[in-house]
Design a protein around this ligand. Structure first.
Ligand code: ADP
Ligand code: ADP
Length: 231
């Protein structure tokens, strides 16, 4: 459970290109924030800086009252879901979900409990012994969601998680993500969600608030309703 604060965050890539221009943003604990904007507006760069997958050039990122500028991804209390699922192909679904937990030295019974709970929520129990290569894109993305979920992160980060899915799976998986946010809240795990997309419908249906980016600047931050009605 954590608030995420960006203070004057800048990104200059090694080639000298300034991708992010000193942005300020507070994402509240439990909030579902969507970053939206055209390709190249720096949605992914911003998310990856929050994740710790990309260095920040200037400014400060706080997660849960702690400056994380110098913390590696594993110490930030985050889990990330990627467009390409990023599952280990040689491991079963169960092993994919267990992998990070084993590294954290969580005991076996607790690992089994978390995986069976997540699998039930995401309706992937029947897939636990399967390998990613045997599954549809929608199933793989549910597994990736499950893997993020079992870590019980304070913050979930999503980088275009639906972009590789066909229209029907996109809708059902989007509903799973909204349901996950809702269920975690109901269980008292007030997880913060930060979600990157170029898709207006995803932004409008998922976001508590939407942050509109353009060329590395924040243009607007507001609720879907207010954005929809703004001139
Ligand atoms: P988005 O996710 O909104 O499509 P990105 O965050 O991927 O945008 O990219 C933002 C800008 O930074 C783009 O202009 C992109 O070309 C540039 N960029 C991304 N990665 C690099 C890099 N490694 N080196 C230089 N420029 C980059
Ligand atoms: P390890 O031997 O690496 O510690 P485990 O003992 O946790 O792994 O699990 C052994 C094997 O049993 C793994 O291949 C895992 O996929 C499988 N397995 C364990 N629990 C379940 C479960 N609830 N459902 C399906 N497969 C499971």
């Amino acid at each position: 459970m954590a608030e995420v604060i960006l203070r004057q965050v800048e990104k200059v890539y090694p080639n000298g290109f300034k991708a992010v221009h000193g942005i300020d943003l507070t994402i509240h604990e439990g909030e579902f924030m969507v970053f939206v904007g055209p390709s190249g507006c720096a949605k992914s760069t911003t998310l990856r800086m929050i994740a710790g997958l990309e260095d920040i050039s200037d400014g400060q990122i706080m997660i849960g009252n702690k400056c994380v500028n110098n913390l590696p991804p594993k110490d930030r209390g985050i889990s990330m879901v990627f467009q390409n699922y990023a599952l280990y192909p040689h491991m079963s679904v169960y092993e994919n979900m267990a992998f990070g937990l084993k590294q954290q030295k969580i005991n076996k019974r607790e690992i089994e409990r978390r995986i069976s709970d997540a699998a039930e929520t995401l309706e992937i129990t029947h897939l636990l012994a399967s390998k990613p290569g045997e599954m549809s894109g929608g199933q793989r993305q549910r597994v990736a969601l499950g893997r993020a979920m079992v870590r019980k992160p304070d913050v979930f980060l999503f980088d275009e998680p639906l972009s590789n899915l066909d229209a029907k799976l996109r809708v059902s998986t989007r509903i799973s993500i909204a349901q996950l946010h809702h269920d975690l809240k109901a269980e008292g795990q007030n997880a913060t969600m930060i979600y990157v997309t170029h898709d207006q419908v995803e932004a409008m249906t998922l976001g508590d608030r939407i942050c509109v980016l353009d060329q590395g600047n924040i243009m607007q931050v507001d609720t879907p309703m207010n954005l929809y009605h703004s001139p």
